[in-house]
Design a protein around this ligand. Structure first.
Ligand code: SF4
Ligand code: SF4
Length: 111
């Protein structure tokens, strides 16, 4: 469930507001989204995936955490990194997940 929007990282691009399927965010006056309807979050991670500056943290739990964690103690944007979105990352779709293909050495399909 969405837990954190980092005010120090957010560049107010509205991507998370646009991609959220359940309209969890409201745009704040300064452009930084506010988690306005946390209970509507479906833990789909789309906001975290689309945030271009890794400003979001979606916890894997489907219920709110008992206490909102400190921003410095959570892996902001970890899902986006994991799927390989973002500059300089290998898109997850290009990583082999099945048996090694002949001639690939069994590693990623890109160098
Ligand atoms: S995890 Fe999905 S449902 Fe939850 S706030 Fe992000 S985009 Fe919306
Ligand atoms: S996608 Fe990231 S940078 Fe853009 S408004 Fe949302 S939190 Fe801010």
């Amino acid at each position: 469930m969405i837990e954190i929007v980092s005010r120090t990282r957010c560049v107010a691009c509205d991507k998370c507001v646009e991609v959220c399927p359940t309209d969890v965010f409201t745009r704040g006056e300064d452009g930084v989204p506010v988690i306005a309807r946390q209970s509507d979050c479906q833990t789909c991670f789309m906001c975290e995936a689309y945030c271009p500056v890794d400003a979001l943290f979606v916890a894997p739990q489907v219920h709110p955490l008992p206490e909102r964690p400190e921003e410095s103690r959570v892996p902001l944007g970890a899902y986006r990194e994991r799927i390989g979105w973002g500059r300089g990352r290998v898109p997850g779709a290009r990583l082999a997940i099945g048996p090694a293909l002949p001639g690939t050495g069994g590693g990623p399909l890109v160098s």
